[in-house]
Design a protein around this ligand. Structure first.
Ligand SMILES: Nc1ncnc2c1ncn2[C@@H]1O[C@H](COP(=O)(O)OP(=O)(O)OP(=O)(O)O)[C@@H](O)[C@H]1O
Length: 651
């Protein structure tokens, strides 16, 4: 291939550049550890450099770039210039221009966006093919000449067998995805995307892009990624570090709210009430009910003086503060400050000198009065009261109140056992006490499953930031799953968000998509159907007499192919199927896993065996949506194995 040798020589220049960067990062780590100065920034710098040194030294032999742009001579900004584009910037020698530009740099944008119809000054776009760290080929598109074809390198990347955790997609981000990845930090976005359209990938790459483009602004607040469960986080958590971003917090909502351990479970009826928006009102009322009408004056003794704020004046202070609608704890402190200043005025009028120590003393002297009229309180105490049945009148029906009332109430809030819905309620109360710390940007994956109360928990943390909300209404499996995106964005406090639909699937092959689309038509979800980018793949529906034997046979066949195998079954079948696979001599390990359907969300396997769809569909009220999730996890092959009739829509 003409030009391949030159490109290989260029690879060597890049590796030399990386080694130089590594050496200087190491030097700086050594120096950084010995310099004095602001400890916080020294530590941060040290941490950054160490992680840079670690990354650089871990991957010196990986592909240093994946693309190249040659601009035409007529380009205003880059006349006749060429740029190699990679996962990270690689500096040139002695202050020369970089040998590789970061995929997030402004100039790289054209790599993702230029087309024959709109070449954006690009004469040639080159994509490189690698085998491990060896450059094996490249493809050129002469965009200026109107040449743009199906890329084999792109198709190979999308169709490659999957093993291990999720990988980045920087080499092949599609234009509609890039548009979301590079959206402004101020902009909140809501993406409705069919299975495998790259929502998760878009969210993670957007995080990496924002940190690159707005590092200073995001330094304080930071970026948070919320995923549906631990298995999902394990699957995605390596993507951002490989893109050089180690400072992103990735957790589940439960992990974020974990103020107390979860040791209890709710009945479905109780959970439904606890996740209802009206609980915000119930909790607020229960909290502010603690504010009492003052019944006696405040008296502050100060040496031989006694200062007094009368009952009616005190009442006015409390009422005025109440009306300001401040968070509870802020309100309490506001009352303290106002009472102290009333005392101060009297003292000054009598010629006392007021200094900071005096004010502090007066503030302390007011505490007993505050404890009577605006007492300090813990979220657990308020929720304890609500769940022992002494709140909610006028807002909840008697039946709803009964549903959330503890059958056997604990003696005190300290011995209470909390459910995961209680965590959300405790967080709501904590948020009414004091505003929580906010993030600069929050990315919420599988957002269709958030309840209204959970949305509020996220909204509290994004009041001054923006959000990227990703989900698929058809994959909603919680009882409170969203029916429309504008409602979700309203609850998240971002009604002005941009709404976008992604419909090209990069995971699921055409034959599997057609089956899933048939089921989709029976679901009550107002979403566009998926088109598959992939024409390869295989679908097989097998009726068997014994489910376990059928699943074992399908798994054994699956293992003859390359890539990962996932057996997805109703939660109640997962254990017996695992045992059956072991008994048949198949190792359930990294390559072959058995997954309860409730944990399949967001994951993918090369080969998926869906065991007994009817059992998955029956297991819960939104079981058909769960089945839709299960059917759309396959990258190359799907086996549907059933002993019982298939649910309508699939048969
Ligand atoms: N532009 C792309 N180039 C290569 N691979 C891509 C691209 N976009 C998505 N993919 C791949 O397609 C698969 C599905 O992507 P992802 O998991 O982000 O989709 P999703 O929309 O979140 O799916 P789901 O709703 O089913 O969870 C992943 O393996 C991802 O790497």
């Amino acid at each position: 291939m003409e030009g391949l040798e030159e490109e290989r020589a260029y690879v060597e220049r890049c590796r030399a550049g990386l080694r130089r960067m590594l050496d200087s990062a190491r030097d700086t780590v050594i120096v950084g550890e010995t310099v004095a100065g602001d400890r916080y920034s020294a530590e941060r710098l040290g941490r950054h450099l160490k992680s840079l040194a670690k990354e650089l030294s871990e991957e010196p032999e990986g592909p240093p770039f994946f693309g190249r742009l040659d601009f035409g001579h007529g380009s205003a900004e880059h006349p006749g210039r060429a740029y190699h584009i990679g996962r990270r910037h690689i500096s040139g020698e002695h202050g020369a221009p970089p040998v590789v530009v970061d995929w997030r740099a402004p100039v790289s944008r054209a790599f993702y966006r230029a087309s024959a119809g709109d070449p954006q000054d690009v004469a040639v776009r080159r994509r490189f093919g690698w085998s491990g760290g060896t450059l094996t080929s490249f493809e050129d598109e002469r965009l200026a000449l109107g040449e743009q074809g199906e890329s084999r390198i792109l198709a190979a990347e999308i169709e490659r067998p999957r093993v291990g955790p999720m990988r980045d997609i920087v080499a092949t981000i599609q234009p509609e995805q890039d548009d979301l990845v590079r959206a402004d930090l101020e902009e909140s976005i809501c993406v409705q995307g069919a299975p495998g359209t790259g929502k998760t990938a878009v969210g993670l790459h957007r995080a990496a892009y924002l940190l690159y483009a707005h590092r200073q602004r995001l330094r304080r607040g930071g970026v948070l990624v919320l995923g549906p469960n631990r298995a999902f986080l394990g699957y995605i958590s390596a993507v951002l570090p490989t893109l050089g971003e180690v400072d992103v917090e990735q957790t589940t909502l439960e992990g974020l709210l974990a103020a107390v351990p979860v040791t209890a479970a709710d009945t479905p009826a109780a959970a439904a009430v606890k996740h209802d928006l009206r609980m915000a009102e119930v909790l607020r009322a229960a909290l502010f009910r603690r504010v009492r009408r003052p019944v006696e004056p405040v008296v502050v003794t100060d040496g031989s003086y006694r200062w007094r704020v009368g009952e009616s004046e005190l009442r006015r202070v409390v009422d005025d503060t109440r009306r300001e609608g401040l968070p509870y704890t802020v309100g309490r402190e506001r009352v303290r400050a106002r009472v102290v200043s009333l005392v101060e005025r009297q003292a000054e009028a009598r010629g006392r000198t007021i200094d900071a120590a005096w004010t502090r003393r007066a503030g302390r002297a007011v505490t007993p009065c505050l404890d009577a009229v605006w007492p300090a309180v813990r979220p657990e105490e308020v929720l304890f009261e609500v769940l022992t049945g002494s709140a909610g009148d006028g807002v909840l029906t008697p039946g709803e109140r009964a549903a959330i009332t503890w059958a056997r109430p604990p003696r005190t809030y300290k011995s209470a056992k909390w459910s995961s819905a209680d965590l959300v309620l405790l967080d709501e109360i904590a948020g009414q006490l004091e505003r929580p710390r906010g993030y600069g940007h929050v990315i919420v994956d599988e957002a269709q499953d958030l309840s209204p109360m959970e949305c509020r928990a996220v909204a509290r943390r994004t009041e001054y930031g923006s959000v990227t909300v990703l989900g698929d209404l058809a994959q909603g499996t919680t009882p409170w799953a969203a029916g429309s995106w504008p409602a979700v964005m309203e609850r998240l406090g971002k009604p002005e968000a941009r709404f976008v639909a992604l419909t090209t699937g990069f995971r699921v092959p055409g034959a599997v998509v057609r089956l899933a689309n048939r089921l989709l038509a029976t679901l009550d979800a107002d979403v566009p159907a998926t088109r598959s980018y992939r024409s390869d793949g295989r679908l097989r529906v097998t009726r068997v007499t014994g489910l376990e034997r059928g699943v074992v046979a399908a798994a054994r066949d699956a293992l003859t192919f390359e890539g990962s195998v996932g057996v997805i079954a109703a939660d109640s079948d997962a254990e017996s199927l695992t045992a059956a696979l072991w008994d048949a001599g198949l190792d359930v390990n990294d390559r072959l896993s058995v997954l309860p359907a409730s944990l399949a969300k967001g994951l993918e396997y090369d080969h998926v065996v869906v065991a007994e769809p009817a059992a998955i569909a029956e297991a819960e009220p939104r079981g058909l949506n769960r089945l839709y999730v299960a059917l759309t996890r396959a990258v190359s092959r799907l086996d549907v194995v059933h002993a019982r009739p298939l649910p309508p829509g699939l048969s």
